[in-house]
Write a protein that binds this ligand. Structure first.
Ligand code: CU
Length: 376
């Protein structure tokens, strides 16, 4: 219904002569309030010379290239870098970066009970639409990072390599672990490893936790972990959607950097599922009549809720936390908090094109919208 009355983001783009005009139309929210940002750049105020300790501390991420000695607590790192106001990446070939659809299908769970993950922090340009390349910070070169799928009780052995230019780290919400040790920052060229057990089922965010966390989450270092319950959920078509907000500055060498001041002002240019605005409008998710459809929705934020809704459908089951504990029945819309993850299920009993959207429509219109096609 709304598509008849409100132009989509793609339509806005087609009608707009320039990118600036497009953004103004897409935002339709007035000027961004000038903002005085915090004092996160005062390195001397934050750093100490501590070393990581504890059984999970397998490397010593101190003194990497271009960095001072840092506190092992990643929340205190990164301050003092000149580029903290805007993300940077190797953008020499930004215009040659191809647009690709992020596959939202949940990958199969591994047969082994120990999953070994090695992610690489990479600062790279990513094309998010035909006319827009962003200068992102990533896990493994994409936004979101790889979808991780394990089972309750599985062990995850994780290593973060840092091929970037500043410290990065990894905070798995699925882990219960001393964050000061495990989530410490890895300096460039110096990996960090730790091991955790996925004790509770559900869908969980992961993100870089290096300070300022807002900048590292907001620049793309996010992803999802799906932990299957011991008693499997009913068979379903399973999709993973990671919503995130983009706050962008003027293009440099063909790529738009993320803007920390705009992140603090909390007025995003785009709100996206799996890294690209409206990507599933032109390349929908697919199901057949009779399928149970399960959406694992993570809201990476960094700031706003994801008010998840499917136009023309209702969720018969919503797991707010670990399934199968206390699901909600008969839900039209539910807000996933920033940093949260929820599981939404519906029975695809009617054929058609069903729009899934952040029903906070200012954000739906900024890109958090797609189509589930149900074929008979
Ligand atoms: Cu980071």
């Amino acid at each position: 219904m709304f598509a008849e009355t409100i132009p989509t983001l793609s339509e806005l783009a087609e009608r707009s002569a320039t990118r600036r005009e497009f953004l103004i139309k897409a935002s339709a929210l007035g000027a961004i309030t000038p903002f005085v940002m915090s004092a996160c750049t005062d390195e001397s105020a934050h750093n100490t010379a501590g070393q990581p300790t504890g059984s999970n501390a397998t490397t010593v991420p101190q003194g990497g290239p271009g960095t001072a000695v840092r506190n092992p607590d990643s929340k205190l790192d990164t301050g003092g870098h000149a580029n903290i106001h805007q993300s940077t990446a190797r953008v020499a070939n930004a215009q040659n970066v191809a647009l690709h659809r992020f596959d939202p299908v949940l990958p199969p769970v591994a047969s082994e009970r120990t999953t070994r993950l090695q992610f690489t922090a990479q600062e790279v340009p990513i094309r998010i639409s035909d006319d827009t390349v962003i200068s992102a910070w990533t896990f493994d070169g994409d936004i979101p990072g790889p979808i991780v799928h394990v089972r309750q009780g599985d062990t995850v052995e994780f290593t973060l390599l840092n091929h970037g230019s500043i410290p990065h780290s990894m905070d798995f919400h699925a882990a219960q672990i001393d964050p000061k040790v495990a989530f410490r920052s890895a300096n460039p060229g110096q990996p960090v490893s730790y091991t955790f057990k996925a004790r509770y089922p559900g869908v969980y965010m992961y993100h870089c936790g290096t300070s300022p966390v807002l900048m590292h989450i907001g620049s793309g270092m996010v992803g999802a972990v799906v932990v299957d319950p011991t008693v499997p959920l009913p068979a379903a078509k399973e999709f993973v959607l990671v919503e995130s907000e983009y706050y962008l500055g003027a293009a440099v060498a063909g790529a738009m950097p993320f803007d920390y001041t705009k992140m603090l002002a909390t007025l995003p240019d785009y709100v996206v599922f799996n890294g690209r605005p409206t990507q599933y409008m032109t390349a929908p998710l697919k199901a057949r009549v009779g399928d149970r459809v399960r959406f694992y929705v993570v809201n990476a934020g960094p700031t706003h809720p994801c008010n998840f809704h499917v136009v023309g459908e209702q969720f018969d089951t919503v797991y707010l936390g670990a399934p199968p504990t206390v699901p909600l029945r008969g839900v039209q819309t539910f807000a996933v908090a920033p940093g949260g993850g929820m599981v939404f299920e519906m029975l695809a009993d009617v054929p058609g094109e069903f729009v899934f959207v952040n029903h906070g429509f200012g954000h739906g219109q900024k890109g958090a919208i797609g189509i589930l096609t149900v074929e008979s």
